[in-house]
Ligand binder design. Sequence first.
Ligand code: NI
Length: 166
Amino acid sequence: MAVLEICHFPDDRVLRQKAKKVPAIDASIERLIDDMIETMQQARGVGLAAPQVGVSLRVIVLQMPGEEPIALINPEMVERSGEQDVTEGCLSVPGYYGHIRRPAEVVVKGKNRWGKASRIKASGLMAEALEHEIDHLNGMLYIDHVEDPENLHEIDPLVPLEHQPG
Ligand code: NI
């Protein structure tokens, strides 16, 4: 496994591209997943999407605090409900955080790393992270959801954000 370099907005155009579907889960995809998990853990994020490491493919990894990491290949948002106000940052937009609104509950389907169909119903931080990472696959960043520039802030380096989507 290896820690990969994380792409930053606005320099890396891959962050604004719509990522391609993974045609088959082969050894290169398995290695990508392993490397993405290691990169996410080292950066202390709760999620990471492949375009953030320069790979325009529909692969995301997530790890909620105290839980095992998971990977989702070709994830699709199938249901959204409710609303939650969240304070969100992104490993690809260092130095900032914003106040935005996300669905409170989501249902996502995709494949796990072994190619098995997976359906996840999530709320709270997990719902936020799934939305955030799937946005990355569609070339979107959380800053696109910031309605008022007053809701975007610089991070105080003395008060790091905890449990942020990657
Ligand atoms: Ni992000």
